[in-house]
Ligand binder design. Structure first.
Ligand code: FO1
Length: 314
């Protein structure tokens, strides 16, 4: 079964890894958010793309979810000693990725081709595509003004109150090569348990520019979303805080409402089973299962559940 997974950082990467354990590589395409990308220390950094790739390659840092396992931090420590910025933690191995990506981007090579070559070098078999080769930057509108995503997320530790989001450059951007075709040929699309506001929304904004009219061709039952909110809390990151600040009580139900016009299937955690009837009331079919992915087996089990559920919806 040909599957497209839409993924942000850590949560998306984990489910993509689960799907990669089951599906033949030619049947899995992961389309990754690049709205978090930024330039730092003169380097082009693509945090979500790297998180997905490192996870699929078995190279990810198991504690943080982002960055590399068995990392050392000599370069950033020496940058700090020289008075340079140290708020964004770049490990020594990780830096090699950013240096080589920056070199190739400066030669005007597209991010999608660089990503394809990096995946080959890391032994990643499924297709990983950045959502776009053009620059799209997530801007968080806060009570302290507009902040670039990593400035808000890492430098300001998500402290400013969120008022909204915009995706700078999306009106001029095109989906990366392969994205339209993957969507067209997919039997189902999985919206991974990533932040709906800042990880999935930028991807959906890019997909809405596709000439193939994304969301119309696909029946709603071809699209399944997995809640990143469990028991009112985000597994990782500021999704729950964002819902609250936008005046919406954070819950799996709130996430389901977010996707109700797009997705016909919704997967929520067993601790939220009491919300199932309300979610079904949104004209969504539901699956209640364990969605928390604490180890590699959890990822595979959730992926199996997702694929079984899709099988029943189609
Ligand atoms: N997240 C942090 O909270 N602090 C960091 O210093 C940090 C560094 C970092 C370096 C490389 C990378 O690929 C990711 C990194 N992240 C860091 C994660 C990243 O900011 C976020 O997880 C995503 O942008 C949100 O999905």
């Amino acid at each position: 079964m040909k599957i497209v997974a839409l993924a942000g950082g850590v949560g998306g990467a984990k489910l993509a890894h689960g799907l990669a354990q089951i599906l033949p590589p030619e049947d899995l395409t992961v389309i990754v958010n690049t709205g978090d990308d930024f330039e730092h220390l003169g380097l082009s950094i693509s945090p979500d793309l790297d998180t997905v790739c490192y996870t699929l390659a078995g190279l990810a840092n198991p504690d943080m979810g982002w960055g590399r396992a068995d990392e050392t931090w000599n370069t950033i420590a020496n940058i700090e000693r020289l008075g340079g910025p140290n708020w964004f933690h770049l490990g020594d191995q990780d830096l090699a990725t950013h240096i080589e990506r920056t070199r190739r981007l400066k030669e005007c090579q597209p991010l999608s081709r660089i990503t394809r070559d990096f995946c080959k070098a890391w032994g990643i078999k499924p297709t990983v595509l950045p959502m776009s080769d053009q620059s799209i930057r997530t801007i968080v509108e806060t009570d302290e003004g507009e902040l670039a995503f990593q400035e808000y997320f890492v430098h300001r530790r998500c402290e400013p109150r969120t008022k909204g989001f915009r995706f700078e450059g999306v009106d001029k951007a095109k989906a990366a090569p392969g994205v339209g075709e993957a969507i067209q040929t997919a039997e189902a699309i999985v919206i991974c348990p990533s932040n709906p506001w800042v990880s999935i929304a930028p991807i959906l904004a890019v997909l809405s520019t596709l000439p193939e009219k994304w969301g119309e061709r696909e029946g709603r039952n071809q699209i399944v979303a997995v809640s990143p909110i469990i028991a009112g809390k985000a597994v990782k990151g500021p999704a729950a805080k964002m819902y609250g600040e936008l005046g919406i009580e954070p819950s799996a139900l709130a996430v389901a409402k977010h996707y109700q016009n797009l997705a016909g299937g919704f997967i929520l955690d067993e601790v939220d089973a009491k919300l199932e009837a309300d979610i079904q009331g949104l004209n969504m079919q539901t699956l209640v299962t364990k969605t928390l992915m604490q180890n590699s087996d959890d990822r595979r089990h959730l992926a199996e559940d997702v694929l079984d559920f899709i099988g029943k919806l189609l």
